[in-house]
Design a protein around this ligand. Structure first.
Ligand code: GAL
Length: 711
């Protein structure tokens, strides 16, 4: 077994490999066998060394219960192997076959309305169900044993985007498993009642067999403690479901690598075994999917921010699926990546930490629920521009991989993330405030636009590598994190703590001392005297704004006088309008006030403070970020936190990062716009993509990329 437990999760963890995995997810079961040889030859022309297969083919691997047939994939693996292409297989548990769901319908998920999921799409089975877990172990064992000695199978993906279509279940089996989970956690029902607040609305239990699932809106809301534990349970069972498979794969062949391809990240806690069980994580990149849904930024920024977020969990990753053409399902369709954009997106992925990349997908399907999800080859089997672009990327990747593998992405401004408990604590009772991520992204985007190396980092990670660490409103705070932040500040770092941080305990109760709690008060030198919600800058009313996963705000209130009140504060000579939340801060005598509230009843009270700590400083921001505040805070940090952009005076639409190791420095510069852009003040070096020397200025064509070796 590859024991990965010693490789601590870190945003700066490279993948332990000498090979850049480059290829495509491929579905030989979707196409005539007579086309396979030509496919393999064309893949070789693209420089592919790997394909990923099998994630939806359980019905072929096990056509009837206990009867296995691997012949189709054996042949497909051979054809590819003869061309020099290795295979990553997937456990096929996202799509259990019909014999299974027909004979054992109890394994189907049940949604919050009591509706049992049906056969016919995917992710319909309940990964919590003990019987489904047993079937998952059986098919994993059968596949692992069959491929144990096949040298062309090099690694495995567990399942496919776990929890992406649906991550919750309210089945009877889920309730029984939840009761056992609670009993293991609390041991006595009195402890559970205390943790969930059983004396509120008579929700106390007399025994664990009475414990219910926190059904949303039945008829109103459950206690935040109850909801928190339900999500911890979902994350725990997801980890267990995957762990079953990982253990079998590792015991069968210790040379295989194992990863998972992350999608929506619902109810997955990476720091609780899920990521450390794997060799590395994978992240599927579909930036166009989110573009039109994105509150801020276009698809280029979406890609950068999602990959930075992914890196915060477990370091460098592979991209097992990256959008190549337009994508669609029955109810939506994305825009089309333009010529050159597939390549630009590939280098952006590498720039943000990818050590392997696969374009989704080799060919589009002619049938099924995704007939218009385009691939490298078109439906008519004619290789066109995406094929030519894949060839170019392939040649270039093989040229630069030896330089990029082993390097990690520089982060000067770290933003606290990768904390499942805090994400759930927020969702369990948001008070209409933005989530930690929604807040964080404003600072991250301000940095992205200025070419500042920003990323997401957990407080237990190597903070000493940062210059600034921002904590975006983490309700649940551990005292040991305060010590780490203090050390970081003493050594010269800048810490910024957002409003409401530390105001709940791990049971999701509001704390009994002034926020931000004892250790953060000692660190920041402030206590919060009062807080309250405000409308977001672009909203008229407080009510009706933030839907929660456990029910929507149903009020259709008209803007009231109260909801239209705007509170302002003065920060560095500028008056800004606060959004989402105000706090009145009570600073101790060793604290400077950087911003004061400037109107209505808050006038004159502290809004942002700064305390000198050793060679560094700790700021407390008594409000949530808005675009404007994120900009001003970034200005302040650049002037006072020793932060410089990777390229000064960056034009809009340039994605820039630095991958580094020891003395080696690779500056990735991608033009995410379709028109030529010129950059001045670029560091000197050699562009690895062209071998041209860069000294001062750089002109990039539309979607052009450069990787400047500055060593
Ligand atoms: C991914 C999924 C693939 C495919 C793709 C395009 O999220 O893993 O199986 O569905 O989206 O929709």
């Amino acid at each position: 077994m590859n024991d990965n437990s010693e490789r601590k999760l870190s945003a700066w963890r490279p993948i332990d490999t000498n090979t850049f995995l480059f290829g495509v997810p491929h579905y030989p079961e979707h196409i005539e066998e007579s086309w396979w040889q030509q496919d393999a030859e064309r893949m070789v022309a693209c420089g592919f060394n790997t394909v990923r297969m099998g994630e939806f083919a359980w019905h072929l691997f096990e056509p009837c219960e206990g009867v296995y047939d691997f012949s189709l994939f054996d042949r497909a693996i051979d054809v590819l192997a003869n061309a020099g292409i290795k295979t990553i297989l997937c456990t096929p548990t996202a799509t259990p076959p019909r014999w299974l769901t027909a004979k054992y319908p109890e394994v189907l998920r049940v949604d919050k309305n009591g509706r049992q999921m049906s056969h016919g799409s995917r992710q319909h089975a309940d990964t919590i169900h003990p019987l489904f877990r047993e079937f998952s172990r059986r098919i994993t064992r059968a596949m692992a044993e069959h491929y144990r000695d096949n040298p062309n199978v090099i690694g495995w993906q567990t399942d496919n985007e776990l929890n992406t279509s649906m991550s919750e279940s309210y089945s009877d089996a889920a309730r029984a498993e939840f009761q056992s989970f609670c009993e293991r956690k609390y041991r006595s029902i009195e402890s559970l009642n205390a943790a969930w607040g059983g004396d509120f609305w008579a929700t106390a239990y007399r025994g664990f067999d009475q414990v219910v699932l926190p059904l949303p809106n039945a008829p109103v809301h459950c206690s935040p403690g109850h909801v928190q534990d339900y999500h911890r349970f979902l994350a725990h069972t997801t980890m267990q479901f995957q762990r079953d498979q990982v253990e079998i794969l590792r015991q069968t062949n210790a040379d295989w690598f194992v990863f998972h391809n992350m999608g929506k990240l619902e109810n997955v806690d990476f720091r609780n075994g899920f990521a450390s069980d794997l060799d590395f994580v994978g992240y599927d990149v579909y930036p166009f999917l989110h573009e039109e849904k994105a509150r801020i930024g276009g698809h280029a920024y979406m890609q950068a921010s999602q990959l930075d977020l992914c890196r915060g969990y477990a370091g460098n990753f592979i991209v097992p699926e990256q959008q190549s053409g337009f994508g669609s399902q029955v109810d939506f369709s994305t825009l089309t990546p333009e010529p050159g954009e597939m390549r630009r997106m590939a280098f952006s992925s590498i720039a943000h930490g990818a050590d392997g990349l696969m374009f989704f997908r080799w060919r589009p399907a002619h049938f099924g629920a995704e007939i218009y999800w385009m691939g490298i080859i078109d439906h008519d089997n004619i290789p066109r521009r995406r094929f030519e672009e894949a060839k170019q990327v392939g040649a270039e990747i093989h040229q630069v991989a030896e330089h990029t593998l082993g390097t990690t992405v520089r982060i000067d401004i770290g933003i606290a993330s990768a904390e499942f408990d805090n994400d759930i604590a927020h969702k369990s009772y948001p008070i209409g405030f933005p989530s930690p991520h929604d807040d964080a992204i404003l600072l991250h985007r301000a940095c992205f636009q200025r070419g500042i190396a920003a990323g997401f980092v957990h407080p237990e990670d190597a903070l000493e590598r940062l210059k600034v660490f921002y904590v975006p409103h983490w309700l649940m705070w551990k005292d040991e994190w305060s010590e780490r932040l203090e050390q970081f500040a003493r050594a010269g770092g800048t810490v910024i703590i957002g409003a409401r941080t530390g105001s709940r305990n791990t049971d999701n109760h509001v704390i009994r001392v002034p926020a931000p709690g004892e250790t953060l008060t000692a660190l920041t030198g402030v206590q919060v005297e009062e807080f309250g919600p405000l409308a977001a800058p672009d909203q008229e009313a407080l009510m009706g704004r933030a839907p929660t996963p456990h029910g929507e705000f149903t009020t259709t209130a008209r803007p009231t006088e109260a909801s239209q009140r705007r509170y302002r504060f003065e920060f560095k000579g500028q008056e800004l309008t606060a959004g989402h939340c105000y706090e009145i801060l009570d600073p101790s005598s060793d604290v400077d006030v950087l911003a004061r509230w400037s109107n209505r009843f808050l006038e004159g009270r502290a809004a942002i403070t700064r305390r000198q700590v050793g060679a560094g400083q700790v700021l407390y921001v008594g409000t949530y970020l808005t675009d404007e505040l994120a900009e001003r805070l970034t200005d302040w940090v650049m002037a006072n936190g020793k932060v410089e952009p990777l390229i000064p005076d960056l034009p809009q639409g340039i994605d820039v990062t630095l991958r580094e190791k020891d003395g080696q420095k690779l500056l990735f510069v991608m033009n995410t716009e379709c028109f030529e852009q010129r950059l001045d003040s670029v560091a000197a070096g050699v562009d690895l993509l062209t071998d041209n020397r860069v000294d001062g200025s750089l002109t990039l064509e539309g979607y052009g990329c450069a990787i400047i070796d500055m060593s």
